[in-house]
Design a binder for this molecule. Sequence first.
Ligand SMILES: Nc1nc2c(ncn2[C@@H]2O[C@H](COP(=O)(O)OP(=O)(O)O)[C@@H](O)[C@H]2O)c(=O)[nH]1
Ligand SMILES: [Mg+2]
Length: 198
Amino acid sequence: MAFNTATFITSAPSLAECPPETHPEVCFAGRSNVGKSSLINRITNRKKLARTSNTPGKTQQMNYYEIDGSFYLVDLPGFGFAKVPKKERDRWGRDIRNYLLKRGTLELVLHLVDSRHDPTALDEEFFYWMATKQKPFAVLMTKTDKLSGNKLAVSQKKVRSVLKEMNIDVPVIACSAQTGAGIDEVRDLILEFTNSNP
Ligand SMILES: Nc1nc2c(ncn2[C@@H]2O[C@H](COP(=O)(O)OP(=O)(O)O)[C@@H](O)[C@H]2O)c(=O)[nH]1
Ligand SMILES: [Mg+2]
């Protein structure tokens, strides 16, 4: 069984409110509007499981979805959204770092970057931080349907070179929630890290 059932479990404002550590989990991180919720919907073949929005900065909690009764996908609050007051942004950063460091059942972090833009300073900071904490992560390049073949190749090369410069060796997957490109690869990665391979 793989991605047959998906159920919303809870919205947790911080680590303390997360569900008990009964299932392995994979989380989706990245700035607001990068496509986290859309990707979760596509991966689970559901149109409205995770709330998507044209208004960045809306999801301020960690949303838990249980897949096939065996693992969790977690939609994290987007970071780095300029219109949110600095104090609030700092709190999110602290809460998310706390979750990333201390959640015992977190098996993999998927960090999303927009395939149309170079990784931002915040993305690079995140790569570096994850690498120094030795947390397993992968980079997903989103919205590839918006790029022509050649531009996507250039963009992928850029992301890989940024990671290589930092001496970071992690999977990089180009995907689109709209066309479904790369989605099976993302699913396989999730199943591998949650030990849910059929
Ligand atoms: N063309 C295209 N648009 C996308 C894709 N993924 C997300 N979007 C759009 O980008 C916006 C933000 O998506 P959302 O999933 O809410 O981002 P989040 O804030 O990271 O959860 C929405 O308008 C989506 O429809 C994609 O793969 N292709
Ligand atoms: Mg979202």
